[in-house]
Design a binder for this molecule. Sequence first.
Ligand SMILES: [Zn+2]
Length: 182
Amino acid sequence: MRRPSRITVILLTTGIPPLAFAVALFVLGGIPQDVAPYLTIALVLVPATVFLPLCAFVWFRYTSRTWRRRFQKAIPTSCIICGEPLPKSPLRRVRQVQGPHYQNTHSDFWRWEEKWRKVFLALALTLAAVTFYELAITNYVLFILGISLSVILALAWSEFEKRKLRSFRNQWRLIARTGMNS
Ligand SMILES: [Zn+2]
């Protein structure tokens, strides 16, 4: 059996006392008044101040790992236009590693992508700022509107990109075919 990690041990040692305390409270139907505050502090408050932040940290680490893995899987291993195999790359360096192929072979696609990526980023940031502002002034209707607009924007962008990509691919095929004939 694998030895439990230090985090698991801390989670167990800080998570069990409050649980045991709750069970004891339930079974005994109450604890003597004179020791109740000390027991509550020692068995619930102190462990909880370690347990809860650590739980949040573990959850955050787990979700960020899964997302990174998901994004990593989404990185294409071949060119999305001509299908030529491209070098594998970690998520952070994908533009550095795979970018040159697009820059050299599909320069019009590269320029198009660079331009629209900036536009989309600016739009998304503005929308996020407005949405956050609505939340801060507790205007929930506009907040929900902001969220829905973000979803619509993301869907519209993905559809727009898909279409444009298809046209770039067709263009490439046409060029390749005429290149072969001549
Ligand atoms: Zn290519």
